[in-house]
Ligand binder design. Structure first.
Ligand SMILES: Nc1ncnc2c1ncn2[C@@H]1O[C@H](COP(=O)(O)OP(=O)(O)OP(=O)(O)O)[C@@H](O)[C@H]1O
Length: 638
């Protein structure tokens, strides 16, 4: 599936060795930092963290000075500290000098480490806040994105974005950002000191810097490309694992585990290979940097010896130069290894942004108003609908509903029947605005459902689907889903009305029994009755039942139907079903075929009129198994 920004995928397909244009690279980094700026929350932890990094760099630059002084003092080129103006506090001047220089080394190291630790604490606060903000925003966006997005997305990939990719951004701010900033400060500071002490030696460093930058850039681009590939492979892995776990019954009963395993192993192998390529590139980089470092130190040493012999610098200054050059290489190496994480950061921010940039299409507008308490007068006026692809460039959408017009009076029960794929569920999904029609309107009490705020509309439309969705939580919490602070007496009343009270009482902890994600321990009929209890407690004026008894055995279907009969009593209800028993509860039947209403009328009238409904009704009663009518899609007249 293509996405809002398809560029990342395209770039992955570029022939190996071809680098993306520099302008594009820069904008990638700018975009990554823009995301950090957008979600970072308070500036305080970042400002304090940065201050600590400045302290850390300053103290790191100071570190070689006491050592250089000691060397010059020992070789008789520098006076003792007392001679240099330090007040005397020991009898022995030499011990005094060595002691103070040692203490200075300890103090500088302590301040350096202290600043380092504090910067970590501050940036951790900043980074974790950023992660929290991004995660919550993504979760919120995912809840609001149109069904067209969710229909096509692989859940595992979306999960990896909300968890793994956000963690990459978070970790970058917590760890890598401080390393990059501290290293850059140290690099520049060391160079400035070198320049003030000896322009000749600084010149060597200056020659090395562009070489270092070129090498680093080359390696970081390679690392970026591979790390992006690895992130996408991780998304594939998560999707495959998630799909396998959510369809474990199917996998086991069809004995297809080995095929899935093969697929998973292949993806896992690709992810592992990408990780190994990253490790190899890093090792190559380390080696090249070590050689460059050796060459530079040797060059500085040769030049410094010459300067010492000419009397231009002291041996202590030579030591200072070597340490400063090492000081410059340490951060360069760090910058590059962290720069690789910038590659990872960019890959992850692109994936995060791709989600955040998507706009909910079914959404509240400034003109939306809360729906009043509705009576439930439902009407479709010339509704045409197609499942639109998310992007224009995708294949053209097919119109699945044509000029659908019907109405249901408050409390009226309308059944939609028709072959599989006729468009019945599509009609039902337009009522709570899971999708919006292409043209025409859906109204309740004469008002367009698009004029209501989504929450107030959906709060007055209850859905009971074929597959009951139960969430991790207690039975009571599942029944009261969406209700703040539910009254236990109301929960029990709803369960009684739904014929669910008896079996709930038999559960180990009754209403407090915790159900797992798929509530595998409950039967299909029991799950359906919980869904009906959920609808009872909401008592919405409009009810949509989409194949609520399909897949249940006759006894369970009869229990569910009985519960549904009392639920639909006095409620505007749309029933989609192949179950003649359930359909016979309806006041009116709409027969749908190929996205159109092809027959309409009360069940008793339609049963006596030749046509699709009479065919279905006749066969079901002839079969003598009401409640288990043949599926029209398979055996029916269509
Ligand atoms: N999310 C979707 N994206 C694209 N096309 C879809 C989507 N859902 C359904 N369709 C198509 O829309 C048409 C109508 O589907 P719909 O689910 O409304 O039929 P139905 O009458 O409810 O079928 P069934 O009885 O099998 O549930 C079908 O051709 C189907 O392939």
């Amino acid at each position: 599936m293509s996405s809002v920004d398809t560029k990342p995928e395209r770039r992955l397909e570029e022939p190996p060795g071809r680098e993306p244009a520099p302008a594009r690279r820069r904008s990638d980094t700018v975009r990554a930092f823009a995301l950090i700026r957008r979600f970072h929350g308070s500036n305080a932890p970042f400002v304090l963290g940065f201050l600590m990094l400045v302290f850390e760099a300053l103290t790191a630059i100071l570190e070689p000075f006491p050592i250089a002084y000691a060397v010059d003092y020992v070789t008789g080129r520098k006076p003792s500290l007392r001679e240099a103006g330090l007040p005397a506090f020991l009898a022995n001047e030499r011990v005094e000098t060595v002691l103070v220089l040692g203490l200075a080394i300890i103090l500088i190291a302590a301040v350096n480490k202290g600043a380092d630790s504090l910067s970590e604490v501050f940036l951790a606060r900043g980074g974790r806040t950023l992660g929290y903000n991004v995660r919550v925003t993504m979760y919120d966006r995912l809840q609001k994105l149109p069904m067209a997005f969710h229909d096509k997305r692989r859940t595992g990939d979306v999960l990896t974005r909300v968890t793994g990719d956000v963690l990459v951004v978070e970790e970058f701010v917590v760890a890598s950002l401080s390393n990059i900033v501290a290293s850059a400060l140290l690099l520049v500071g060391s160079f400035v000191v070198l320049l003030t002490r000896s322009p000749e030696v600084a010149l060597i460093a200056l020659v090395v810097v562009p070489v270092l930058a070129l090498v680093a850039n080359w390696f970081s681009l390679r690392l970026k490309r591979v790390s992006k590939e690895q992130r996408s492979k991780e998304g594939d892995l998560a999707s495959t694992a998630q799909e396998m776990l959510s369809s474990i019954r199917l996998v086991q009963s069809y004995g297809r585990g080995h095929v899935d395993l093969e697929n998973f192993s292949k993806q896992s192998d690709q992810s592992m290979r990408a990780s190994l390529r990253i490790a190899t590139i890093q090792a190559q980089f380390s080696f090249v940097i070590a050689v460059l470092e050796g060459l530079t130190i040797a060059g500085v040493l040769w030049l410094s010896f010459w300067l010492v012999d000419r009397g231009s610098i002291s041996p202590g200054t030579l030591v200072l130069f070597v340490m400063l050059i090492q000081n410059m290489f340490k951060p360069s190496r760090k910058i590059v290894s962290e720069w690789y994480k910038v590659g990872k950061l960019i890959a992850s921010t692109e994936r995060i942004e791709e989600l955040l940039e998507r706009q909910p299409t079914v959404t509240d507008t400034l003109l939306s108003k809360p729906a009043p308490a509705l009576e439930g007068r439902l009407a479709f006026h010339d509704v045409t609908f197609s499942y639109r692809p998310e992007h224009e460039e995708e294949a053209e959408s097919r119109v699945v509903l044509h000029d659908i017009t019907f109405s249901a009076a408050p409390g009226e029960v309308v059944a939609l029947i028709g072959p599989s794929g006729a468009g019945k569920s599509s009609i039902a999904q337009l009522i709570p605005r899971l999708y919006d029609p292409d043209s025409g309107t859906v109204t309740i009490d004469g008002m367009d459902v698009r004029d209501f705020t989504l929450a107030s509309l959906r709060g007055q439309v209850s859905l009971v689907l074929q597959e009951t969705l139960l969430l991790t939580g207690t039975v009571a919490e599942n029944i009261a889903y969406g209700i703040d602070d539910p009254d236990p007496a109301r929960v029990e009343e709803a369960a009684r009305l739904a014929n669910a009270h008896e079996f709930i009482e038999e559960l180990p902890r009754g209403y407090d029994t915790v159900l797992g994600e798929r509530a595998a321990t409950l039967s299909g009929g029991q799950r359906q009755r919980l869904a009906i209890a959920r609808a009872f407690i909401r008592r919405a004026p409009v009810l949509v039942l989409d194949e609520p008894t399909t897949g249940l055995d006759p006894e369970a279907a009869a229990q569910v139907t009985e519960a549904l009969r009392s639920l639909i009593d006095g409620t505007t209800t749309i029933i989609i079903s192949h179950d003649v028993d359930l359909v016979s509860c309806a006041d009116r039947i709409l027969v749908i075929n190929d996205g159109r209403i092809v027959q309409e009328g009360p069940p008793q009238v339609l049963a006596r009129t030749s046509g699709p409904y009479a065919d279905l009704f006749g066969r079901a009663t002839a079969a003598g198994t009401p409640g288990a009518a043949p599926t029209p899609g398979r055996e029916g007249p269509w």
